[in-house]
Write a protein that binds this ligand. Sequence first.
Ligand code: GLC
Length: 563
Amino acid sequence: MTIAQALTTDNLTKVEEPAPWWRQASVYQIYPRSFADANGDGLGDLPGITSRADYLGALGIDAVWMSPFYPSELADGGYDVADYRNVDPRLGTLGDFDLLIEALHTRGIRVVVDIVPNHSSDHHVWFQDALADGRGSASRERYIFREGSGPEGSEPPADWESAFGGPAWSRVADGQWYLHSFAEEQPDLNWSHPEVRADFLATLRFWSDRGVDGFRIDVAHMLTKDLTEPFPSKAMLDAMPQDGQHPLIDRDDVHEVYAEWRALFNSYDPPRTAVAEAWVARSRVPLYASPDSLGQAFNFDLLEADFDADQFRTVVRDNLELAAASGSSSTWVLSNHDVVRHATRYGLPHPDRLPDGRPSVKHGSEWVLSGGVSPEFQAADGERRARAATLFMLGLPGSSYLYQGEELGLHEVAEIPDSQRQDPTFFRSGGADSGRDGCRVPMPWAASGSSFGFGPGDAHLPQPEWFSRYSVEVEEGDPDSTLSLYRQALGLRRKLQTAETLEWIETGRNDVLRFRRPNGWEVVTNFGLTAFPLDGARPLLASSSVDGDSLPGSTTAWVMPGT
Ligand code: GLC
């Protein structure tokens, strides 16, 4: 056989293989402490999730991604991990984890877990050892300890800031300082240390052996660091290009770590998957999404876009190009545990929709500053646009990541009293940023009762009265509810999903997008106010009711010409 023939045969075999499951999956993110509380202590737990396995099965998702459920002091909602290979006793046991995996796998749902490698908790045994063993000890080498500057080292080694606000260096009792890119309780690990590298390989193997199908990698772009002294100032760091050589962010050498991880993932059958949370320049995303690295990377562009045809089209075009460049599939996200829920974002003023020209409110958490909901907030409009945006997203090639509660059309909870807030961004900003608690309020399962069915006791974050009408109990009985829409859309998507391409169809309108997938499935979204004629194409599914032949404003329809 010639080389040319061998290659051809190879290619043919590949074409015939079914695409790996993750390429076009719908993945549902669970924030375990706020999903379902089986033991009544106010915190959601693993048996709670297992008790809702039928709900997850009926939703029609392909996989669940669980935010951290590991032992944690909860300085950052569980992203401060004290033991990477265990379950927080408040959330259950490893036995409960095995039961959960079994319940989900039985229903055809894959399981992705969160790995937090940039930092551990300050309660991790390694950090406790580093504190006890003192300066110069081998245990301090696993973290980033340095002497301070200024008289008697009383100033931090550099003026760097943590991502949550405030200084990135904290001092320990013996006078040394350690680096924490996030909260003080999250010391950065030293990724130049072979034990750190080996330990994470052990963690990935531990969960893979337990049946986990994939991993979401927290702040994947920050692990490796060039800590050559003298340290640059914050101003110098900010001015440096993020081109792979920046001392702290998105360094090329982080992919040496992921190449090792990839070899481990590929030693399993089927290979374990990974998705990078990497806030990097768009041109550098393919490095993380490459099959030699993590294999897939989050794209947060939709989450940052307004409900606007032009912006959505640009985001889709750019990200499909990026996915093609890496050989991965694109990801899409409208909501997650770090941002204001999209039903709420889209209910905020938009310059194009305000006749009196009032200014747009910036997306992000700024709008929910202590005063609660903006008076200009339009809840129903927000939900309508959110449903349209979701149906648009679920029609795209690639994988969609959904966040618990968005299937109910849940809004951000703005009215959490300061005394009950938990997020370090609230505390470290001195209350200037209300933080991310508003999207982490426990799920309403029932229309009434203690914590709306979340558990037998109170919930760890207060649920507002209006949660009742968004409860699963209410929405399950309503064929027009957001939950019913998600169920239909996810079910239909499984049947319609086709090759990973799309073709734009000219609509003659700036505020209407339409695209066709290779099997003829079309997605039409009217971002505007004026109805758009469908010219005989009958909707299979629409995000709001369609009157006769025309698609109303803020609505998406899936159509199959000739049906
Ligand atoms: C990621 C997580 C966020 C967490 C941070 C630090 O951005 O999504 O919730 O606070 O990493 O671990």
